[in-house]
Design a protein around this ligand. Structure first.
Ligand code: SAM
Length: 212
């Protein structure tokens, strides 16, 4: 995703600590306390500008959503969107997903969304893919046993790689489709990338994967 320097980003982060949570490792095991309820927590990794999180938070008021985004110039755009939406069931974390076990306790998360993750096509970069086995180990730790990973992408290479990686790790695959938009799914919330690629006529790949 294109990053442009945002001179207002640092001020936005300082002024919106209720939306983009500072020192999130201090909330490990206590995320439901932060939301003030017992609702399940769904996590999106690589939230981008936040369209999916904002739409999901509105569609599912009884679910708590956490969006993780590495790029400061992008997370402040997501934060700005959440501020406009005014919902209390979504927060964002400006962190790298490489350290998820520092942020979440065992079984603290119910669903993980990987939407249009960077494909890292070169073989030597495979370990950066969010479906590389080291990430799956972390997901297994923080997900409840019946929890699931939901992956959407326009990238055939990443999709095929992820299906193999999930299977090799022993995950059970469900709802595998190579053309999500040909299926009637009124609940599907489109991400920014999904809108962009489907407008160009590219198919959207989707699958769900469960550890148990
Ligand atoms: N999910 C959004 C969508 O579908 O429109 C954005 C997709 S964009 C291709 C991938 C996003 O993931 C970028 O904003 C990038 O900064 C973020 N990202 C990549 N690796 C990450 C990581 N290890 N931790 C957190 N965010 C990451």
């Amino acid at each position: 995703m294109r990053q442009r320097h945002k001179p207002w980003a640092d001020d936005f982060l300082k002024e919106n600590t209720h939306l983009i949570i500072p020192n999130p490792e201090q909330k490990k095991g206590k995320w439901q306390e932060l939301f003030g309820n017992d609702n399940p927590i769904h996590l999106e990794i690589g939230t981008g500008k936040g369209q999916f999180m904002a739409g999901m938070a509105e569609q599912h008021p009884n679910v708590n959503f956490i969006g993780i985004e590495l790029a400061k110039s992008i997370i402040v755009m997501a934060g700005s969107k959440m501020k406009d939406a005014g919902r209390d069931n979504v927060v964002l974390l400006h962190v790298d997903a490489a350290d998820l076990q520092e942020l979440f306790a065992e079984n603290e998360i119910s669903v993980i969304y990987l939407n249009f993750s960077d494909p890292w096509p070169k073989k030597r970069h495979a370990k950066r893919r969010l479906t590389f086995h080291t990430f799956l180990e972390q997901y297994q730790h923080i997900l409840q046993p019946e929890g699931e990973i939901v992956l959407k992408t326009d990238n055939q290479g990443l999709f095929e790689y992820s299906l193999v990686s999930f299977s090799q790790f022993g995950l059970k695959l469900e709802d595998v489709t190579i053309d999500l938009h040909s299926i009637e799914d009124s609940e599907n919330i489109m991400t920014e990338y999904e809108e962009k690629f489907s407008a160009k006529g590219q198919p959207i790949y989707r699958c769900r994967a469960q550890f148990d």
